[in-house]
Design a protein around this ligand. Structure first.
Ligand code: NAD
Ligand code: DAU
Length: 346
């Protein structure tokens, strides 16, 4: 089994690579990543000497980078994690990077996968494509796609392009839509690692609006096991929701972190709300449970305990990110080599 994983230096992609290498002795993985601000090779530390793993720096929206990869190696599948993933950035810093990577990049991959006859393509999508729920109900795979923020709109567009390629060109593609992940290696701009880092340092914990927005939280390893199953077992053209069905208001998450770290609620600061902030996400994941026999292995409590333990034992990892020091590491490690090989590190 040889897999090209795009975006494997990010949070979920790096967890997926570790998951697959642990589970399958004969798997080979090429991690194809642009190393944006969110891509961090420290997420893969320890794998450098694993002969089944290779890193290659490239941009999914650059057709030459992608072609160079697929023309040189024969893959059984491409799993696309690469994305601009942060909602706040898509609202406040501009949407063009999101359009470029999340939409154009996905189409570049689709075209290359078709051209090079890669047997399987998995698009990692999100529950955000469904928009926001009222007080009742859950998202199923049949819920309308109604994105409310620029990030979600680009992910929805990518889903439509994947669907269109499978209908028009016979692309063997599957789409997964997962809820909010948490766990090791999550970039500390997202709610849970931001709160852990700030609380540890005694800094304010910024809660948007009234703190009653609901997200459905899943431990990242359970997302990885679901992707593995969908990749191997799902019918071409199918879409699967993934969620652990633990949907709670943000303020409850923040208070849990405060309690587990032995800090005080006085750190909580209610701040101006995110514009267009989706009120509630909740996933119906009956389809993947019934069709493929998937279920999450981690309760929220177990996943959160492991997560806090990881952030406490790996303080240097998030302190380096928050100080910007991890970028210096890239320049030292890759600056010259990048110039040597015309953009690709092999
Ligand atoms: P992340 O921001 O941590 O990582 C994204 C990775 O993609 C980084 O390594 C980055 O360098 C890379 N990348 C960005 N642009 C690229 C490009 N043009 N070419 C190649 N690589 C590029 O994101 P994440 O949280 O790990 O999310 C991974 C995927 O899962 C995304 O597609 C996201 O939409 C989806 N998703 C995330 C969550 C979540 O809770 N984090 C939930 C559901 C779905
Ligand atoms: O639902 C899946 C999505 O989850 C993924 O598709 C996205 O890539 C991922 O970033 C995540 O999006 P969210 O916007 O839900 O995640 P974030 O961690 O940014 O915010 C979670 C909730 O917490 C949201 O309601 C906003 C709120 N929040 C967030 C931050 C960073 C705060 O109240 N304060 C904060 O400082």
């Amino acid at each position: 089994m040889k897999i090209m994983v795009t975006g494997g230096a990010g949070f979920i992609g790096s967890n997926f690579i570790r998951y697959m290498l642990d589970k399958y002795p004969d798997v080979e993985i090429v991690n194809f990543d642009k190393l944006t601000y969110a891509g961090n090779l420290e997420n893969l530390s320890g794998l450098e000497s694993d002969r089944r793993y290779k890193f290659c720096r490239g941009d999914i929206s650059n057709s030459s980078d992608v072609t160079a990869m697929l023309a040189n190696d024969k893959f059984d599948s491409v799993v696309n994690f690469a994305a601009e993933s942060h909602v706040d950035r898509s609202i406040h810093l501009g949407v063009f990077e999101f359009i470029n990577t999340n939409i154009s990049g996905t189409q570049v991959l689709i075209d290359a996968v078709i051209r090079h006859n890669v047997p399987r393509f998995l698009q990692v999508s999100t529950d955000e494509v469904y928009g926001s729920l009222g007080p009742q109900g859950k998202f199923s795979e049949r819920s309308p796609v109604q994105p409310n923020n620029p990030y979600a709109a680009t992910k929805a567009s990518a889903d439509f392009l994947v669907r269109a390629a499978s209908k028009s060109h016979g692309l063997n593609a599957v789409i997964t839509r997962c809820s909010n992940n948490f766990g090791p290696y999550q970039f500390p701009e997202k709610l849970i690692p931001l709160m852990i880092a700030n609380a540890t340092e005694g800094k304010d914990l910024p809660v948007y609006g009234d703190g009653l927005h609901v997200r459905d939280w899943i431990y990242v390893a359970d997302h990885c096991s679901a992707i593995d199953l969908v990749l191997r077992k799902a019918e071409p053209g199918s879409v699967y929701n993934i969620g652990s069905e633990y949907d709670v208001p943000n303020i409850e998450i923040v208070k849990t972190i405060i309690r587990l770290l032995g800090k005080s609620d006085s750190l909580i600061k209610y701040v101006k709300d995110r514009p267009g902030h989706d009120r509630r996400y909740a996933m119906d994941s009956a389809k993947i449970r019934e069709d493929l026999g998937w279920k999450p292995e981690h309760s929220f409590e177990k996943g959160m305990a492991k997560t806090i333990e990881w952030y406490m034992n790996n303080r240097g990892w998030w302190e380096n990110i928050r100080s910007g020091a991890y970028k210096t590491y890239y320049d030292n490690m890759y600056g010259k080599r990048l110039k040597d090989v015309g953009g690709l590190v092999r």
